[in-house]
Design a protein around this ligand. Structure first.
Ligand SMILES: Cc1cc2nc3c(=O)[nH]c(=O)nc-3n(C[C@H](O)[C@H](O)[C@H](O)COP(=O)(O)O)c2cc1C
Length: 172
């Protein structure tokens, strides 16, 4: 079941669906968001692709849900490079899915991600992605409170202008 993140208590929604024996949760759906063209006085179609920063939302919730629900967890939103795949699997994703990156860079981008993944695994002496699964989920990471709101408050107080959390030059 592909879900939107716009629930007041997302963990409860996920647990409720899990109790109904949903096989897997896909986090997250992105809504189509048309614009209004003021000159033409018309509703304008507007295909907005995701950015790498969008990956943080599924990363957060997959990290929290992993080990707490039985359903498989699929990550989608803002996955652009091998590092994104690795992080999401470490948070607990069973699978990662991408669309915007392929629309932006072309279908061959998937081969680049695969090559970079294999290289990263070799460089860090891992035999497979499977052995990394859930390693940085809330249950297993060295600082479980890193997934929680007090870290957000701390992040706000240490925020400096120009630091928007994006990484790399993803637009080229
Ligand atoms: C052009 C386009 C068409 C899409 N069509 C669908 C669709 O038919 N059904 C669906 O569940 N998601 C659809 N999506 C959403 C993607 O499957 C994906 O969940 C979302 O774009 C977030 O991933 P991304 O950041 O890799 O693009 C579409 C996305 C784009 C950009």
């Amino acid at each position: 079941m592909k879900l939107s993140p716009y629930f007041g208590s997302f963990a409860n929604i996920a647990a409720g669906l899990d109790a109904l024996n949903v096989d897997g949760l896909v986090l997250f759906n992105r809504f189509y968001q048309p614009d209004i063209d003021l000159e033409k006085m018309a509703v304008a179609p507007n295909l907005t692709l995701s950015t790498p920063a969008d990956m943080r939302l599924p990363l957060h919730w997959i990290g929290i849900l992993y080990g707490n629900i039985r359903a498989n967890l699929a990550a989608t939103s803002g996955i652009y490079q091998a590092h994104d795949v690795i992080k999401l699997v470490m948070a607990g994703a069973d699978v990662t899915m991408l669309c915007s990156a392929l629309m932006r860079h072309g279908i061959t981008h998937i081969q680049r991600i695969e090559m970079d993944l294999v290289a990263w695994l070799e460089q860090h002496q891992h035999n497979s992605l499977r052995e990394l699964k859930g390693r940085m989920s809330q249950q297993n990471c060295p600082d479980p409170s890193a997934f929680e709101r007090d870290q957000y408050v701390r992040g706000l107080s240490s925020y400096t202008s120009g630091c928007d959390g994006r990484h790399g030059d993803w637009s080229k």
